[in-house]
Write a protein that binds this ligand. Structure first.
Ligand SMILES: Nc1ncnc2c1ncn2[C@@H]1O[C@H](COP(=O)(O)OP(=O)(O)OP(=O)(O)O)[C@@H](O)[C@H]1O
Ligand SMILES: [Mg+2]
Length: 239
């Protein structure tokens, strides 16, 4: 399947149309951004690692009953996906308090959240991706109440699966973000699941093994993503 024209380019990925009207090529670039795009850098091999990491997690979630946009890997840094009508919403689950939640509510860093905390954010970099609730979603027409409920249910369902998945690799799934879209009347998990969009801490040392290494200048960003992939049993191909 060849790339026709670029239909969008975000901060880390680009989407291209294909000869098939319902399918897109998602290219994972090396570009890495933080703080709503204020910090940007290209990290060698990030596109390769994240594309293959995402494919592995999406395929794993599909085996557990979470339907996704992922179709197949096309190359080390490209995947074929279904073209969705995306909700402008980020769904976040937190199993531990850290980052913006601690700042916002004065919560102690690392606090275990049981039950896990679910939050909606509006996908809008210019506004700093603000926290929103179901009422904002329905009143402004970003999704229906039923769609918001489904997004929340699927995100929490994925949490049960992923907490165990990472725990077996001696990792704590601290928090993560998911995006959803509609395809032929059905809600599918879209976008990506990679160490760029989640927080993972080593169970023994609590070392950060995710994009916080980039945000906080801790170094070895891609080496650490690769270690996570290896612990999960992935065999990542680099160019
Ligand atoms: N299956 C899909 N169909 C259509 N659009 C999709 C699909 N999966 C993801 N997208 C969209 O593609 C874009 C990917 O861009 P990318 O993740 O690089 O950056 P971004 O969204 O600008 O930044 P951020 O990482 O802050 O979300 C996003 O707008 C995302 O919502
Ligand atoms: Mg994105």
């Amino acid at each position: 399947m060849d790339k026709l024209s670029q239909i969008t380019t975000g901060k880390a990925k680009s989407l291209f149309s294909t000869a098939h009207p319902d399918q897109l090529i998602m290219e994972f670039r090396d570009d890495t951004s933080a703080f709503d795009g204020k910090k940007m850098e290209a990290l060698d091999n990030k596109g390769n690692v994240n594309n293959q990491f995402n494919a592995f997690v999406m395929e794993f979630l599909a085996t557990k009953g979470i339907e996704t946009h992922f179709i197949e890997l096309l190359s080390s840094n490209e995947s074929l996906v279904k073209k969705l009508d995306m909700f402008p919403i980020e769904c976040v689950v937190r199993n531990r308090a850290t980052g913006s939640l601690c700042k916002r509510l004065g919560i102690e860093d690392g606090l275990i959240l049981d039950p896990p905390l679910f939050e909606f954010f509006l996908k809008d970099d210019a506004l700093g991706d603000p926290l929103i609730n179901d009422h904002h979603i329905v009143s402004f027409g970003w999704a229906s109440q039923e769609e918001a409920d489904t997004m929340r249910e699927l995100t929490l369902q994925a949490n049960d699966i992923l907490v165990n998945f990472f725990s077996e690799a001696n990792l704590i799934l601290v928090d993560y973000k998911l995006e959803f879209g509609m395809f032929q009347g059905k809600m599918l998990l879209a976008d990506e699941f990679t160490p760029d969009g989640c927080r993972l801490w080593d169970k023994d040392t609590l070392a950060k093994m995710d994009k916080d290494r980039f945000r906080q200048d801790l170094g070895n960003v891609i080496e650490t993503y690769s270690e996570v992939a290896e612990r999960l049993g992935m065999q990542i191909k680099l160019d």
